[in-house]
Write a protein that binds this ligand. Structure first.
Ligand code: PRP
Ligand code: URA
Length: 208
């Protein structure tokens, strides 16, 4: 069974409260998503492999470490784009693939419209990024895509998760660990997370 990591940090709790607030501006919302993704990135990258090297300070030679060039970020369009810059600033050598999915508003089923992934994705630690894990349909489908292209090491990073979505992803992909900044109560009748933050894509891109 995959592991679920729910962030437990006062800065994240503070920022998530601001993200939820309906009065938060588009600019602030985007910045806060970026900041939370950055803080989560610290946790989700804890087990990246290091290569030992030597580094010369002005005074002496000492041991140094290099993170191997081994990460692929895969945002689910469009809201996942809001988490890319934060992860890229932590891991500048990461490659970025994109998966375009939207939820059909009637069926809540994910509909694919774009998929472009790094060719060497099978050699990389893949971080699938999406602020919202609601029914889990989009995340499970995105993980299907990266697996079909050869990815073996995959983690899912979401800002807010619903228990229903966590269960769906864990059942479909028991090998994929899930990182959420907050685990909410559940879904409403339209498949929105409660209390959630509303529509993440609309709030990031100002299409409300
Ligand atoms: C949102 C969100 C996820 C998906 C989550 O995207 O960013 O991708 O819904 O819902 P699920 O877990 O029930 O699949 P949306 O479909 O609204 O598309 P958008 O990013 O283009 O706004
Ligand atoms: N997608 C969103 O953007 N928000 C939700 O609450 C559920 C799906």
């Amino acid at each position: 069974m995959s592991k679920l990591f729910v962030m437990d940090h006062p800065l994240i709790a503070h920022k998530i409260s601001m993200i939820r607030d309906e009065n938060t501006s588009v600019k602030d919302f985007r910045e806060l998503i970026n900041e939370v993704a950055l803080l989560m990135g610290y946790e989700a990258t804890k087990d990246l492999a290091l290569t030992k090297t030597k580094v010369k300070t002005p005074l002496a030679e000492t041991d140094g470490y290099v993170v191997e060039k081994q990460v692929a970020l895969v945002p689910i369009l469009r809201a996942g784009l809001g988490m890319v810059d934060a992860l890229m600033s932590l891991i500048p050598a990461a490659k970025v693939g994109h998966i375009g999915l939207y939820r059909d508003h009637e069926t809540l089923q994910p509909v694919e419209y774009y998929c472009k992934l790094p060719t060497d994705i099978g050699d990389r630690q893949v971080l699938v990024l999406d602020p919202m894990l609601a029914t889990g349909g989009s995340a499970a489908a995105a993980i299907d895509f990266v697996k079909a292209r050869g990815a073996k090491k995959i983690k899912l990073m979401c800002i807010i998760g619903a228990p229903e979505g966590v269960a769906v992803v864990q059942k479909a992909h028991p090998d994929v660990d899930i990182y959420v900044a907050a685990l909410d109560e559940g879904l409403n009748e339209n498949g929105y997370i409660l209390p959630g933050l509303g529509d993440a894509g609309d709030r990031i891109f100002g299409t409300l």
